[in-house]
Design a protein around this ligand. Sequence first.
Ligand SMILES: C[S@@+](CC[C@H](N)C(=O)[O-])C[C@H]1O[C@@H](n2cnc3c(N)ncnc32)[C@H](O)[C@@H]1O
Length: 193
Amino acid sequence: MSAVAEKKELKAHIWDRHPDDWYVEEIWCSRRLFQEEAFDGGIWDPSCGLGRVLYSADAAGYPTTGSDIVCRSGFCDALFDFLMCERPRARNIVANPPFKIAEKFARHALAIADGKVVFLLPLTWLTGKKRSHFLQASPLRRVHILSPRPSMPPGPVFEAGEKPGGGTKDFAWFVWERGYEGAPEIHFMRKEG
Ligand SMILES: C[S@@+](CC[C@H](N)C(=O)[O-])C[C@H]1O[C@@H](n2cnc3c(N)ncnc32)[C@H](O)[C@@H]1O
């Protein structure tokens, strides 16, 4: 098979839905988060994948730990299903969670975290009937709306050395703080600050 045909076949294949929902956000998303949001204590990413969140947290000076169901990088210190984990491994939980089970992740993180819970989620969570009710009843403190739309290709696309294209879906960092009862703030988080 020619190199072009091989790349085409690879591309057609890898853009299928990833079985574990492994999609890699652009690094600026977490770099900007740790510039704008302050944390007391360490950062645990329970679905760390390649470790982009932890890379940025470490660069911002926070102690970090990572886990996942599959070891995809040196940032992964342990392998387990987050939903089965009862004891937090750091004060704050920050992640780009697997989309299919993102609400379960959010509910579970809120049940076990001592500090902040911060998840990268589609902006449509604000408007969806079920999700908006969940958010309204939760200690949602802030929503950092990302601009421009980040690209989030499946992990194998990165491994194949492809450059991410322009994103088509709106995302935001949703920040929860235990005990918060006020109205959430909306904040625009731009790539260039
Ligand atoms: C959206 S990706 C995270 C991308 C990550 N920020 C990166 O830099 O690659 C979601 C990750 O969740 C993991 N995952 C899926 N189900 C999980 C579960 N039940 N517990 C822990 N991790 C899970 C996947 O293996 C995948 O690596």
